[in-house]
Unconditional design. Structure first.
Length: 96
């Protein structure tokens, strides 16, 4: 019975770790997508790419929760930068 419990715990750990890994990859991919959109508009903020690089490094070391948190911050920066671009474009359009 003890072996069955250990196998179950091991299987559960594998499932959870693969889920966290996929979530980490998704978070980093979303951050990169937001960064690229801002870069294409010419409004990429200074630290966004660095944050994504650091998130990748954290993920490689197995620090998935920290990597996800940093990737989400980078994604927000990318979205905020693109939003800033649209605000400035709208403001410029109204003045000219």
């Amino acid at each position: 019975m003890k072996l069955t419990t250990q196998l179950f715990a091991f299987s559960f750990t594998l499932i959870i770790s693969s889920y966290v890994s996929a979530s980490t990859e998704d978070a980093i991919a979303s951050a990169e997508k937001a960064r690229q959109a801002a870069a294409e508009a010419g409004y990429e903020w200074r630290d966004t790419a660095l944050m994504i690089k650091q998130a990748n490094e954290l993920a490689a070391k197995g620090n998935d929760q920290q990597a996800i948190q940093l990737a989400k911050q980078a994604e927000e920066e990318g979205k905020d930068a693109l939003n800033q671009y649209h605000i400035e474009l709208n403001r410029y359009s109204k003045n000219h």
